[in-house]
Design a protein around this ligand. Structure first.
Ligand code: ATP
Ligand code: MG
Ligand code: MG
Length: 134
């Protein structure tokens, strides 16, 4: 593989593990990393302070992921609005990534579940291999 690894990052402990794996694989295979973060739709009615807060929160998540990935890698960032699985699948398809790396679970509260709804959707619909970190 000398291609692209998609890392889906939401700041959760599982996503942190996914970032470490994506970093390791990208180095071994000299692959680029495409970092995906999906944010909730922001209503324009809420006004400027909310938009700014959401933008800052997204930037913080992206910086965190970059620092977990470490230096010396080619990282491209895709910050998209909408449901995470759809954003991940869309980016994976458009960029024709070779591998998707994500966590089994994310920030959701249902701790008993093996798979979160977003990882389940990606696993069901992806055209590429999917690596789930647990
Ligand atoms: P649920 O969202 O169904 O309540 P959950 O939050 O525990 O459950 P998922 O959302 O499926 O589980 O999270 C699984 C993985 O999906 C995360 O570890 C992360 O890799 C990815 N992911 C989740 N949300 C996002 C997001 N907003 N942006 C990018 N990746 C995400
Ligand atoms: Mg979630
Ligand atoms: Mg959710």
């Amino acid at each position: 593989m000398s291609g692209q690894i998609l890392l889906a990052y939401d700041g959760s402990p599982h996503a942190r593990k996914a970032a470490a794996i994506a970093s390791d694989l990208a180095r071994r295979y000299r692959a680029r990393v495409c970092l995906v973060y999906a944010y909730d739709p922001i209503s324009g009615y809420l006004g400027e302070p909310f938009l700014q807060e959401a933008t800052e929160a997204a930037e913080k998540i992206v910086q965190e992921a970059r620092s977990l990935l470490g230096g010396g890698l080619e990282v491209e960032v895709e910050t998209l609005e909408g449901p995470p699985a759809e954003a991940i699948l869309r980016v994976a398809e458009v960029r024709k990534v070779d591998l998707i790396v994500m966590g089994t679970r994310g920030l959701g509260r249902l701790e008993g579940l093996l798979l979160g709804s977003q990882s389940q959707k990606v696993l069901t619909h992806a055209q590429s291999p999917v690596l789930l970190a647990r």
